[in-house]
Design a protein around this ligand. Structure first.
Ligand code: ADP
Ligand code: 5GP
Length: 187
């Protein structure tokens, strides 16, 4: 493990995590821990950059060989953080874009990480964003909206909550938290 600071970012699907993280990644010294997943790539997603896209058998082998720090089934697909992604290399901050189950695992493992929850201004706006992204089938949108309620209920488990209303404002707020806040207090 490196000295890089781990920052966990969670929030319901469609809230704008990737958008805000893309902005964060323009800061030198900030790196994304690339997760492994069994879901299919969306248009524009690049293997090894957005995710390591693998067949289910490969994911299960990685999990069984102890190669994942944590893993979870989210919206019917498997997602996990490979151990070798937490090593910071030259990075000062490593971002983990993981769900609430993942955040709970990170805390249970005693990993010193700051937790930031991204919340939508309203559930209606969350649905609008999910639909506007045009990346999901109707069934997948419904599964994601259903999951949003329990994700939103867990926001109090995080160190900070950023309401992603205006993207420029939220981005500034998140950058401030990620770049300046000392180690998470595990609250
Ligand atoms: P997530 O990674 O949380 O699933 P995305 O970053 O893919 O969400 O964002 C979902 C959609 O919402 C995208 O089309 C994105 O451009 C849009 N979006 C993100 N943030 C905002 C915002 N603050 N206001 C309006 N639309 C936004
Ligand atoms: P998406 O399919 O929209 O990219 O991601 C769906 C959900 O899976 C999001 O909540 C995202 O944070 C979560 N996720 C992505 N990678 C991981 C991971 O490695 N572990 C866990 N626990 N969740 C992840």
């Amino acid at each position: 493990m490196s000295d890089a600071r781990a920052v966990v970012i969670s929030g319901p699907s469609g809230v704008g995590k990737s958008t805000l993280i893309d902005a964060l990644l323009r800061t030198p010294g900030v790196r994304l821990a690339v997760s492994t997943t069994t879901r299919e790539p969306r248009g524009g997603e690049v293997d090894g950059v957005d995710y390591h896209f693998v067949p289910r058998e490969t994911f299960e082998a990685m999990r069984n060989n102890g190669e994942l720090i944590e893993w979870a089934e989210v919206h019917g697909h498997l997602y996990g953080t490979p151990k070798n992604e937490l090593g910071g290399g030259a990075a000062d901050v490593v971002i983990l874009d993981i769900d609430v189950q993942g955040w709970r695992s990170v805390k249970a493992l005693g990993i010193d990480a700051l937790g930031v929850f991204i919340a939508p201004p309203s559930v209606e706006e969350l649905e609008r964003r999910l639909r506007e992204r045009s990346s999901e089938t109707e069934q997948s949108i419904e599964i994601r909206l259903k999951g949003a309620a329990s994700e939103l209920a867990a926001q109090k488990e995080y160190d900070h909550v950023v309401v992603n209303d205006d993207v420029g404002q939220s981005s500034k707020e998140l950058c401030g938290l990620v770049l300046r806040t000392p180690q998470g207090n595990g609250a």
